[in-house]
Design a protein around this ligand. Structure first.
Ligand code: ADP
Ligand code: MG
Length: 227
């Protein structure tokens, strides 16, 4: 089932055209990586999907509720001195559903569940500033997932992390995708650490310049003498 249909989408910042004539349909359960150089429009496309930026022209049609879309922004670096534990930060992911910050037993059992899935059970009571970069990204991912979204939008979640940490982050995403059928759309800088053969690649250079399976993309890159 198609859950997002993007038709002829273009976005401008003042006079600068960031993305041009994007046509993209996302099917439920797909795992999509948006790739492309710096400035190719990945973040702009994700922000347009979240509604953070107004679309210039075109149309984005949702077949699910907007509240089922969760987004982890680029450069989500938290202040080292921020006086909150990982658990407190994860629980704020539920606040859009609550006017007052009271959590139910069900919320806490969701927290346990998500902490287990993301392998952060043993760190949720630590202060966020005491965690490593990779642990922090998992905590932020947990915060994004605790509202049980149907679509997960991730903007370069691994920038600044070392390759071991990146691999384990991607393994966790693979596992999550396999076990929950969540739809993932992730902007990423490079594909070196991605091994999942089922990923759909959408390559941007303002426009979509490739849309297809990751292995075909990698073969094409080799033929073109890139990488
Ligand atoms: P990517 O995420 O692939 O690096 P972006 O979507 O951030 O690309 O940027 C696409 C283009 O839009 C770039 O040329 C960038 O300089 C420009 N751009 C992005 N954000 C803004 C902004 N807030 N104001 C003006 N120009 C922007
Ligand atoms: Mg970006």
């Amino acid at each position: 089932m198609e859950i997002i249909k993007i038709k002829n989408l273009s976005v401008k910042y003042n006079e600068h055209l960031a993305i041009k004539n994007i046509n993209l349909n996302i099917t439920s359960g797909e795992y999509v990586c948006l790739v492309g150089k710096n400035g190719s429009g990945k973040s702009t496309l994700l922000k347009a999907i979240t509604g953070l930026i107004k679309k210039e022209t075109g149309n984005i049609e949702f077949k699910i509720a907007k509240s089922d879309v969760a987004y982890l922004a680029q450069n989500n670096m938290t202040d080292e001195n921020f006086p909150a534990t990982a658990k407190e930060i994860i629980m704020t992911g539920l606040q859009k559903h609550h006017i007052k910050p009271f959590y139910t037993k069900a919320n806490y059992s969701e927290l346990e569940d998500i902490a287990k899935k993301l392998k952060i059970e043993n760190i949720i009571n630590k202060k966020i500033g005491a965690l490593s970069g990779g642990q922090r990204q998992r905590v932020l991912l947990a915060r994004t997932l605790i509202s049980n979204p149907k679509i997960l939008l991730l903007d370069e979640p691994c920038s600044g992390l070392d390759s071991m940490t990146i691999k384990s982050f991607y393994n966790i995403l693979d596992e999550l995708h396999k076990t929950t059928n969540i739809t993932i759309i992730m902007a990423t800088h490079d594909l070196q650490n991605i091994t999942n053969p089922n990923i759909r690649i959408v390559a941007l250079e303002q426009e979509i310049v490739f849309d297809g399976n990751i292995n075909d993309f990698k073969n094409q890159e080799q033929t073109n003498g890139h990488q």
